[in-house]
Design a binder for this molecule. Sequence first.
Ligand SMILES: N=CN[C@@H](CCC(=O)O)C(=O)O
Ligand SMILES: [Zn+2]
Length: 395
Amino acid sequence: MRLGLSSYRDGCIKAVGPVDAIRRQFSETSFEKIIDCSGKCVLPGLVDAHTHPVWAGDRVHEFAMKLAGASYMDIHQAGGGIHFTVEHTQKASEEELFNTFKHRLLRMIRAGTTLVECKSGYGLNLETELKMLRVIERAKRLLDISISSTYCGAHSVPKGKNVTEATDDIINNHLPKLKELDLSGEIHVNNIDVFCEKGVFDLNSTRRILQAGKDIGLRINFHGDELHPMKAAELGAELGAQAISHLEEISDEGIAAMAKAKCAAVLLPTTAYMLRLKQPQARKMLQEGVIVALGSDFNPNAYCFSMPMVMHLACVNMKMSMNEALAAATINAAYALGRSHTHGSIEIGKQGNFIVINSSRWEHLIYQFGGHQELIEYVIVKGKVVYKNERVMGY
Ligand SMILES: N=CN[C@@H](CCC(=O)O)C(=O)O
Ligand SMILES: [Zn+2]
């Protein structure tokens, strides 16, 4: 099958169809590049619906602690986890944060990601949250990958504040500043996030922050029901959330509410795997009609860039089929970001975002666990080849 792509300028798909039909339709057109995909598969560019990719500091030591039996909240409440990363991120320069962020985005591109949700959330004070959001904004402008940005100033309660003080600071100071910077065109944030969890932000403070974010035009896409049943799914459905992430502890009522509200569930197999959490009830969610999406949850706690590995874990550990996992990492993940009208499938008018894999069966993208640098031959964003797999020298 040969894909007809529009002129590079707008990068959208003009035609999809059998080679002969495309040849006839574009017989008078010259193309910058024609890729012969004989024996290969063309898939929609992958979409990662949940990442925390802007940060400084190294938490490999915490991985050793978890392997030795420490829980996520043991480390968090001892001042590690998010707070460890906050301390380093507050000290890091904007340039340092941008350079490490850019490197991580390039690794995501090589793993087939063409649209990614990127959160702030390691500042917790306005100055550093804005520093992180400026870094994301700069990447939006400079790099080929598409980015959906999320303000996550309620990622944890900052040291020296209680939940109410942190909530008031976010509502009275952070969000008005974000609105001002959006109006000036300096920073355009797409979504708002809160870590709704026992010992972090309770349901009432979560409601206040999310509603205030919605009031300034942000989409709601937050962390809910991860470690404890908080009724976050019910809250998100009530508020009209676009998506809720984690959901390992979601209630049956929450599943029903999300299905009815068409609120996407962003499942994060790597976090459940690395923290040895109860797996979210993906099969029940699918059976009840919930829109199930996937994210890598890339962050210092779950250090994985690879959506193919996320899909593999979703199949093995969450019992999703390969078809369901591919939909969850493309069109459903795009839906979770409010981008399913422009991303997530190979359809005329959508962005020309593709991956070309060198296998005649697309399922190899999920079946093979790791080593995707060999399998993914091209990554294409808006009709432009942004990555081509280079052969090992001399072979
Ligand atoms: N649960 C909260 N936030 C991230 C972890 C962030 C961190 O530990 O640095 C998550 O989705 O797992
Ligand atoms: Zn997260």
